[in-house]
Structures are given as structure tokens and as C-alpha cells.
Design a protein around this ligand. Structure first.
Ligand SMILES: Cc1cc2nc3c(=O)[nH]c(=O)nc-3n(C[C@H](O)[C@H](O)[C@H](O)COP(=O)(O)OP(=O)(O)OC[C@H]3O[C@@H](n4cnc5c(N)ncnc54)[C@H](O)[C@@H]3O)c2cc1C
Length: 392
């Protein structure tokens, strides 16, 4: 195995300290041993085993940023960031990361941030323990980027709501025990008429309409859900009635930041694999890494990764310190999701025909990375946000 002198990784890099680096080592060991060797099989099966949540919970990874009294580790978003980055770097599967992180980082945080004590006990405690799996349901067949355009409607009745409508592209949608679900609670009102209800899979009228086939993220389940006269008690209302848009916005910041962090981890993996390959693979009697073209590919990849890491870690630091960092997070999401796709494509080029085969996981990286500029808000939406922030 050739010695890699410097592929852009840093042992420590602000905002991380020693304790985060120790966690990083633990996560890397776990992911390399218990996830990476199984990824090919899980991708073929189109899901990873549900037991993986239990195993991750046992090791404390599902509750890194949640308080100990709820069964968490009492850490911060920085601990979660380490987990997300290393899962991407050592795991090499967007699908496994999506399935685990949709639960920990987009479904559970609204319950933690907006839920009552009773709601935390009902969904967060078993969620952190890996006993109940969560999903976040915002997107609908008729409304993706235009969040205010959702039409799933919760009619107010005595003691609760009756919900009718559908959701699509929901990560963990097939296996989720609870769905943190955006609904309209007024016929008019746009942003102002959105509320969040926690729907549970055993509620009559709640149906998993189909498991979707997709280009990448194969080992994560992505579901389409249908609701027909689902009776939801009022104690399942999360936050204030008609105050759901605030919840969506609060969630987007962390979701987008974690997508950027995951991309940085994936970039690092692709660079390491490509450097190794270019030192081993020979053409015309010498390692392909000795061709200027290959060196330039790697140099470009490393530069994109370094720029991505810098903007992402800076956003993470601001987020962790409680600053308003919508601009930085939006930029980090925008730049990293394109960068990882370009880097995956360059890695594929370096691997030639072998990159196109399953063996090195490069073709999967390209497919998985393609979702980045779409999921969690498209590139176009990111640019709209930035334009508006600049007064345009
Ligand atoms: C695998 C996968 C997993 C997902 N997981 C979840 C999940 O767990 N929960 C969830 O709620 N959602 C989830 N999503 C949905 C995801 O967030 C949406 O796909 C995304 O928000 C875009 O919405 P859309 O697909 O309806 O695209 P649309 O909104 O229809 O946009 C399509 C295209 O139209 C153009 N466009 C749209 N709006 C604008 C604009 N304002 N300015 C300029 N151009 C514009 C852009 O080119 C854009 O790419 C997932 C999606 C996928 C594919």
C-alpha cells in the first residue's frame, strides 16, 4: 500500500477539538468494520437492516447532540458533524447515511426543538434508542421547492384533526414508525397556514403507497405515503397551529449544513481512493499518477475539497456558536453538492473502465452525489435565497 503524504485531510481543524477527534476515530472504526463491508449487499437489497439503528443507538451515535436525560450523549452539533462526515468518508454509501441521518437529523430535531416533554418521551426517547424510526414529510407530488404549495389538509375536529393527502420522496418513508408531517391547517394563508403533526404508521388510513425506485441512495428506502381520513389527536400537534413554516426553516439550516458536511466526507474518500489507484494502476509502463493529466485531476479535486471544507467548517462554527448563518449555510450547500459531483466524476475518469464497474464504489458515488443539487432544496432555490439576502 503506497504511503499517502497529504490528500487534504487534517487531524484537527477548527471547530473540532481533541474530544471530537477521539469520536472521529471511534466512528471510523465502527463504520469501516460494520457498515462499509456490507454496503454492496444492502445496496442490492435496496435497504439496510433495521437493526443497524439499534446498533448505532447502542454505540450512542443516534443521540450525540441530544441531552442525557432523553437517552442522548449530551453533546452538540459538532459531535453530530463528526458522525456525519465520517459516515460519508468511511461508509461510501449515500443511502446508508441518508437512512440514518434522516432519522437523527431531520425527523428528530423538530421534536426536540418544538415538542412538549410528553412528545419527547413518546418519540424522541425511543428514537434515540433506535426502537422507533422517524421520517420528515414535507414534499408532495404537487409541491417540492414550493413548500407553501402543499395541499395535504388537516381538518380540525373535536379533539384533533382529520388528515387527507399524500407525501412523496420521503426518506425512511417505508419503515418509519412516526412521520413529522407538514400539513395545511387553513385553506388559505400560504406559509402562514402550515402546521406539523406527528403521524404514526399504525393510524387507520395511513398507508405506504409505494417504495420508490431511484438513481442512487439505493440502500435507503424512499416512500410515497397516502393519508385517507387519518384521525390525529391534538396531542400530536408539534409546535403552534399555523406556525409550521418556522419549524421548516429551522430544520432546513441543519439539514443543508449536514448535506455539506457529508459531501466533504465523501470528497475526502474519493480523493484517497483516487490517489491510491493512480499510484497502483499502470499504463504505458508507468503509474497513471505520473501523467500530468492525472495529477491535475487530483490537484483540482483536492482544491475543490479544501474550499468545500473551509466554507462548510466555517458555517458549522457559526451555526454552533448560534449566529445567524443562513447565507453561509446556503452557500456551503450550494458549492459542496456540485463539487462532490464533479469530484466523483473526476474519480471515475481516473479509474477508467474500473470506475464504471461496481468494484471501487465510484459509480455509486456519482449516482449518490447527483441528488445533492436537488435534495434539501435545489441549487436554484439556494441561489434565490442568496439573491434575496443580498437585497435583489
Ligand atoms: C431520494 C430523495 C430523498 C428525499 N427525501 C425527502 C424527505 O425525507 N422528506 C421530504 O420532505 N422531501 C424529501 N425529498 C424531496 C426533496 O427535498 C425535493 O425533491 C426537492 O425539494 C425538490 O423538489 P421537487 O423534486 O418537487 O422539484 P421541483 O420543485 O419541481 O423543482 C424542479 C426544478 O424546477 C426548477 N425550479 C423550481 N423552483 C425554482 C425556483 N424558485 N427558481 C428557479 N428554478 C426553480 C429547478 O430547476 C428545479 O430543479 C427527497 C427527494 C429525493 C429525490
Amino acid at each position: 500500500m503506497p504511503v499517502i503524504k497529504d490528500t487534504g485531510a487534517r487531524a484537527t481543524f477548527p471547530p473540532f477539538g481533541e474530544e471530537h477527534e477521539e469520536l472521529r476515530e471511534t466512528v471510523t472504526r465502527f463504520v469501516s468494520k460494520e457498515i462499509a463491508p456490507n454496503v454492496d449487499g444492502w445496496e442490492d437489497a435496496r435497504e439496510f437492516p433495521r437493526e443497524l439503528y439499534g446498533r448505532c443507538a447502542e454505540l450512542g451515535f443516534l443521540g450525540l447532540k441530544f441531552p442525557e436525560e432523553l437517552g442522548g450523549q449530551g453533546g452538540t452539533h459538532l459531535h453530530d458533524a463528526v458522525w456525519v462526515e465520517e459516515l460519508a468518508r468511511s461508509g461510501g454509501s449515500g443511502g446508508v447515511a441518508a437512512g440514518l441521518n434522516a432519522h437523527t437529523s431531520i425527523a428528530m430535531p423538530p421534536i426536540f426543538n418544538f415538542g412538549t416533554e410528553e412528545q419527547k418521551q413518546r418519540w424522541l426517547v425511543p428514537g434515540i434508542a433506535g426502537e422507533k424510526i422517524g421520517a420528515l414529510g414535507i414534499t408532495e407530488p404537487g409541491a417540492g421547492s414550493d413548500v407553501a404549495g402543499i395541499s395535504t389538509f388537516a381538518r380540525k375536529v373535536d379533539g384533533g384533526y382529520v388528515v387527507n393527502g399524500s407525501k412523496t420522496f420521503i426518506t425512511n418513508g417505508v419503515r418509519a414508525d412516526f412521520l413529522v408531517c407538514a400539513v395545511k391547517t387553513t385553506k388559505e394563508g400560504g406559509h402562514g397556514g402550515i402546521s406539523f403533526l406527528v403521524l404514526e404508521r399504525e393510524m387507520p388510513g395511513y398507508e405506504v403507497a409505494q417504495k420508490l425506485e431511484k438513481m442512487g441512495w439505493h440502500s435507503s428506502d424512499t416512500g410515497e405515503l397516502a393519508f385517507t381520513d387519518v384521525e390525529v389527536p391534538e396531542e400530536n400537534l408539534l409546535g403552534e397551529e399555523n406556525g409550521g413554516f418556522k419549524l421548516i426553516m429551522a430544520n432546513f439550516a441543519w439539514e443543508r449544513l449536514l448535506m455539506a458536511i457529508g459531501a466533504v466526507g465523501a470528497m475526502q474518500r474519493l480523493i484517497e481512493i483516487s490517489v491510491n489507484y493512480s499510484l497502483e494502476r499502470e499504463a504505458f509502463g508507468r503509474p497513471i499518477g505520473k501523467f500530468q493529466a492525472t495529477r491535475h485531476h487530483i490537484a483540482e479535486m483536492a482544491t475543490k475539497a479544501e474550499a468545500s471544507r473551509a466554507i462548510t467548517y466555517n458555517s458549522l462554527r457559526l451555526f454552533h456558536e448560534g449566529h445567524n448563518c443562513i447565507k453561509e449555510v446556503t452557500m456551503a450547500k450550494l458549492v459542496t453538492q456540485r463539487a462532490v459531483l464533479e469530484i466523483a466524476d473526476q474519480a471515475l475518469q481516473i479509474h477508467g473502465g474500473y470506475g464504471y464497474m461496481k468494484e471501487y464504489g465510484i459509480e455509486r458515488a456519482v449516482r449518490d452525489a447527483r441528488l445533492g443539487p436537488i435534495g434539501g432544496g435545489t441549487d436554484e432555490v439556494m441561489k434565490e435565497i442568496l439573491g434575496k439576502l443580498m437585497g435583489l
